[in-house]
Ligand binder design. Structure first.
Ligand SMILES: [Zn+2]
Length: 319
């Protein structure tokens, strides 16, 4: 099952007084019309009985049978969103390569494949985006002002775009390298709940671990790839060479030094997540540590050509 969001072109708030925070439309209460439109039959309590909404999704995003449609209010942007829930059948791939991901703040993703390939995605683009909007919103007279609400809306949209681009890039990379399983850390502990706010008082957006996992899971499933998790215990402090716990090995600037070797600390995390998965799955350990020292770096580049400004971007690999 995948959930799709589309912002409304006709805002129901302008034509209706909707009291609920979410309205669900099941089989008989909606009809998908041609040209990206959907007709909703409203419950008796509303003044209008039917509304027709347009949504912006290209035909290639149409995933199959629509199971239900929801109107959901976001208090963050003060907008109503149309959620279209599709029933999708997923066919998982035959066992292939494994990809392990360490998700973090400085590097939003550090990845390693069981083939030894490694990559890093620095989180700077997202941090910069959050800093910018936080600063601009702080200048507004009130949080309910039109400007503040517009900034919040733009912030959410750009963040969402970034996270979609990130997870799409990771899943495409996985699919292109015959990966059948993507392994991540279990969702718990301080890191998963940590706010960006450690670096300021940016409270509006938490570090988007949950969102990334959710997007990765459904995007991967559509390509037949499973997303599974393993315990995060000691994954950041275990030496890839001697396999000992080495707390003091994490030195300055995200480096890990042990056994006479210097590694990127986040790559060490990904490596250990991979080893833990292989161990739990009863598969032989992967001995490749070469890529840990020099991962391929992928930077997010905003394209500034859209009318709305900094709207879209892609990941590019640096030399
Ligand atoms: Zn060691």
């Amino acid at each position: 099952m995948a959930r799709r969001k589309a912002s409304l072109q006709e805002k129901p708030t302008q034509t209706l007084t909707v009291k609920a925070k979410a309205v669900t439309f099941k089989q008989k209460a909606f009809r998908i019309l041609p040209d990206n439109r959907v007709m909703l039959r409203l419950p008796r309590t509303y003044s209008r009985r039917e509304i027709i909404l347009e949504y912006r999704l290209s035909p290639k995003d149409f995933l199959g049978e629509v199971k239900q449609v929801k109107l959901v209010f976001s208090s963050q942007t003060s907008d109503w969103y149309l959620h279209i829930v599709h029933r999708v059948s997923v066919k998982y791939r035959e066992p292939g390569n494994i990809m392990a991901l360490d998700l973090g703040i400085v590097n939003i993703a550090a990845g390693i494949l069981s083939t030894g390939q490694t990559f890093l995605v620095p989180g700077g683009a997202l941090l910069a985006l959050d800093r910018y909007f936080h600063k601009e919103i702080a200048k507004c007279r009130s949080s309910s002002s039109r400007r503040s609400r517009n900034l919040n809306r733009k912030w959410s949209r750009q963040r969402k775009h970034y996270l979609h681009a990130l997870t799409r890039w990771i899943v495409d990379y996985a699919a292109g390298n015959n990966v059948s399983v993507i392994v991540v850390e279990e969702l718990k502990g301080i890191r998963s709940d940590a706010n960006w706010g450690d670096r300021g008082n940016q409270k509006l957006h938490a570090w988007p671990y949950r969102k990334i996992i959710r997007m990765l899971t459904y995007k991967a499933a559509l390509k037949g790839i499973r997303v599974v998790d393993v315990s995060e215990k000691d994954t950041s402090i275990t030496c890839p060479i001697c396999r000992r716990r080495a707390k003091s090995a994490r030195v300055m600037r995200g480096l890990f030094r042990h056994c006479g070797c210097l590694f990127n600390a986040d790559m060490v995390g990904a490596y250990n997540i991979l080893q833990r998965y292989l161990q739990e799955a009863g598969q032989p350990a992967s001995g490749v540590v070469g890529g840990l020292a020099r991962p391929a770096v992928n930077l997010f580049v905003w394209r500034k050509t859209t009318p709305q400004g900094r709207e879209q971007g892609t990941f590019r690999q640096t030399a």
